[in-house]
Design a protein around this ligand. Structure first.
Ligand code: BEZ
Ligand code: FE
Length: 308
């Protein structure tokens, strides 16, 4: 059992002298005290807690000055590669599980409400509207997939006319915005019908890597981690008086479900994408010219807006 000079502080590693512990604890206490007069109570809490955890980390791992310099250089590179189209800080947050933990903290599990997951960098405002049963592919390559479901509240009542945004990568693992030609494919929005039902054609999701040609990719490589995400289809569902749901559905059986590099997979979001042999009649009579296709069901339950 190691000694500490304050009951608020974590234990020091063994072999750190009491005198040295006092030096380190005094600095932590001084920095904490510097925020004492902050008039915004939430900002004060955030800064003091951040300082406590950062100092505890430095003392715990006995951070070397060379490692501190490397960290500063890394964050500088993260800043340099970030622009209007590339947000490396969010990628960093994603691969550290910080994005998912923030989502968890802000979307309390609520009975049967559909669980949220990571937003990702590839949502685009003003994606085209498609009618119920329309096709979000817009020319993107991939295996056709029929997706259908209901939108209900946690009491089981249908919610009509809910806005449903959907977006996904093509079969080569790229979103439209990753191509240089301003195409708009693999994304659309539609509205649930009078009974709260929806359906559309999309593409069977395939796995793809997060952008990994920058410092975050180097960090993944240095730590022996893969940049791959499990196959998924993104949803954002918005309805008045309900908590906006940002989520994905994942493909049951995908080998990457346990290794999603942004920790986005939740068991309840894994769905069957049932293979339909060539020639199987489609639900809306669409002629797929003997292509194999899949179908998936995703029943969405929205939490009330008042529950955070
Ligand atoms: C995505 O789902 O597309 C994504 C999510 C987090 C980081 C990078 C990509
Ligand atoms: Fe994605």
């Amino acid at each position: 059992m190691t000694e500490t000079t304050s009951t608020d502080s974590p234990a020091f590693p063994a072999a750190i002298s009491t005198q040295q512990q006092a030096v380190e604890q005094t600095l932590t206490n001084n920095v904490l005290a510097s925020f004492e007069d902050c008039t915004d109570p939430r900002l004060k809490q955030l800064m003091q807690s951040l300082v406590s955890h950062l100092h505890a980390f430095i003392r715990d791992v006995r951070l070397t000055e060379a490692e501190w310099n490397t960290a500063i250089e890394f964050l500088t590179q993260v800043g340099h590669i970030t622009d209007d189209r590339r947000q490396e800080f969010i990628l960093l947050s994603d691969i550290l599980g910080v994005s998912m933990q923030t989502i968890n903290v802000n979307n309390d599990a609520l009975g049967n409400a559909t669980e949220a997951t990571v937003f990702g960098p590839f949502f685009v405002e003003d994606a085209p509207e498609i009618p119920i049963g329309g096709d979000i592919a817009g020319g993107a390559s991939g295996q056709p997939c029929w997706v259908e479901g209901t939108v209900k509240d946690t009491d089981g009542s249908s919610i009509p006319h809910v806005r449903i945004e959907v977006w996904e990568a093509d079969e080569d693992g790229f979103y439209d915005v990753q191509y240089p030609d301003n195409r708009v494919t693999g994304r659309a929005h539609l509205f649930s019908d009078d009974q709260g039902n929806y359906r559309f054609w999309g593409l069977t999701p395939t796995p793809y890597p997060i952008p990994h040609d920058g410092p975050v990719g180097k960090l993944l490589e240095a730590t022996g981690r893969s940049p791959m995400r499990a196959s998924h289809l993104h949803f954002m569902v918005t309805a008045e008086n309900h908590r906006t749901l940002v989520t994905h559905i994942f493909v049951r059986g995908d080998e990457l479900l346990k290794h999603d590099t942004v920790f986005g997979v939740k068991e309840s979001l894994i769905k069957d994408f049932a293979q339909q042999p060539a020639g199987t009649p489609t639900p809306d009579g669409r002629d797929l010219l003997d292509a194999v296709w899949t179908r998936a069901r995703f029943d969405i339950v929205l939490a009330p807006a008042s529950i955070l």
